[in-house]
Design a protein around this ligand. Structure first.
Ligand SMILES: Cc1cc2nc3c(=O)[nH]c(=O)nc-3n(C[C@H](O)[C@H](O)[C@H](O)COP(=O)(O)OP(=O)(O)OC[C@H]3O[C@@H](n4cnc5c(N)ncnc54)[C@H](O)[C@@H]3O)c2cc1C
Length: 405
């Protein structure tokens, strides 16, 4: 029996300190520049790759760390540096998790390393599920994959949107419908290998925050991929579809949801990194800014705000660590603990960064100080990987068993 512990242990502390150094020395000083440029910070991804921070090995080590909290600790530190650059460095992991969650051992071995490339030739990957008419409602996907038995190829047509690294990725993972009548149960994930004809980038979005992370539409026009690019393989898909058609239990798990479930605590940890960064700036500022002849922190009105900020950050971290530990130790999320952690951490990041701006007064509203950027960055954490409303829906259904809509 593995016991839940809040002590990450010496190895994990060493990793945390190492990542913190990279976040403080490399990421944070570059944050404002890449936010303004709204471009993928390739030189920083390369530097992370050279140090081994951007690599499959590193994430695999963190994921399998016995403490169960390797991934949240890594995410928190990188995103403490900057969320836009943090997402540019870690966006690939969403696609990697899709392969880990749905792929065969052979597929994992083939595709996961290609998603990262090498330190000399770094690559990124994209996970493409969302569509213009299918955001929260994943069952409404229109992108269609049809099997061409004669050639053992899948033909994929559709338009994806909001894809992190979409179009600039070496490897794209695309969720498509193979049987539209089955809704979300009729979907599967496909690898689209590098250089495949018919895949192109649509518009790149100009965003409110996390602007160093590339977000774009991905158009799939007659894309043909070999049969072995269906994650999990055809036999497994056919069996799953048959169960879904019979309405049998076990046919219900859809490919996109499997990816999201596994990644929610990690996304929550990213939000905590942003919140902690803004809290630290605000605490420093409150201690040094003098008004009415004393530091503003000596007013309860300001000090209590900081007390609430710190309390919520620590509470969010506890939820994230619990969910991460549960996932690593194969404990089922019976009360949607993964969703709880992402919901609370995302809302906390928005709350804390807004409070931080308030504590910095006029300075908080300018780009001379980082908190307005952190506030802009935080806003995505109540939207992507399931909005806060969708997390509440998942939690409410899990705790009640009722068909809440
Ligand atoms: C910067 C960024 C990066 C992203 N990266 C990726 C990516 O890499 N891959 C990918 O596949 N997707 C990605 N997404 C998409 C993201 O997951 C979706 O935007 C998100 O799921 C919400 O979908 P939507 O935007 O269509 O909003 P909608 O689903 O249209 O929701 C609009 C509003 O209605 C609410 N709502 C909807 N249904 C309900 C309900 N049943 N009950 C209560 N409220 C409801 C929502 O909470 C929200 O407030 C990204 C998005 C952004 C902005």
């Amino acid at each position: 029996m593995t016991t839940f512990s809040l002590d990450p242990g010496p190895d994990q502390i060493a990793v945390r300190d190492w990542l913190h150094g990279f976040a403080a020395d490399v990421i944070r000083p570059a944050a404002a520049e890449w936010d303004e440029r709204e471009e993928t910070p390739w030189p920083i991804i390369q530097e992370a790759a050279k140090l081994g921070i951007y690599s499959l090995d590193f994430y695999a080590q963190q994921f399998f760390d016995p403490s169960g909290v390797g991934i949240p600790i890594a995410m928190e530190e990188l995103f403490w540096g900057d969320a836009g650059i943090g997402l540019a460095i870690t966006g690939t992991t969403l696609a990697a998790v899709a392969v880990l969650a749905n792929g065969t051992d052979e597929q994992i071995g083939t595709w996961a390393p290609q998603m990262f490339g090498t330190p000399e030739d770094v690559k990124v990957a994209a996970f493409c599920s969302s569509e213009p008419d299918a955001g929260s409602d994943v069952s409404a996907l229109r992108t269609r994959a049809v099997y061409d038995q004669a050639k053992d190829e899948w033909v994929i047509n559709g338009t994806k949107t909001w894809a992190t690294n979409g179009g600039i990725a070496h490897v794209h993972v695309v969720v498509a419908t193979v049987d539209p009548e089955l809704g979300s149960r009729g979907q599967a994930s496909f690898i689209v290998p590098p250089g495949t004809e018919g895949l192109s980038q649509g518009q790149k979005f100009k965003k409110h925050g996390i602007r160093a992370s590339h977000t774009a539409e991905v158009v799939l026009d007659g894309v043909r991929v070999p049969g072995h690019c269906l994650l999990g393989g055809k036999e497994k898909l056919d069996a799953r579809l048959a169960r879904a058609r019979e309405g049998t239990r076990g046919g219900g798990k859809n490919a996109a949801m499997a990816t999201f479930e596994a990644s929610r605590p990690a996304v929550g940890a990213q939000a905590i990194g942003i919140a902690r960064a803004a809290y630290e700036v605000a605490l420093d500022y409150a201690k040094t800014r003098v008004q009415f002849g004393r530091p503003i922190i000596e007013n309860q009105g300001v000090a209590f705000q900081l007390a609430d900020m710190k309390t919520r950050i620590d509470a969010a971290r506890l939820l994230v660590w619990r969910a991460s530990w549960m996932a690593v130790n194969n404990q089922p999320f019976t009360s949607a603990e993964g969703s709880m952690s992402k919901l609370y951490a995302g809302e906390t990041a928005k709350f804390v960064t807004a409070q931080a701006m308030q504590i910095l007064g006029g300075n908080g509203y300018t780009r001379e100080y980082p908190v307005e950027r952190m506030h802009r960055d935080s806003a995505i954490y109540t939207v992507f990987e399931g909005t806060s409303e969708i997390q509440r829906l998942v939690i409410a259904r899990a705790i009640s068993g009722a068909p809440i809509r």
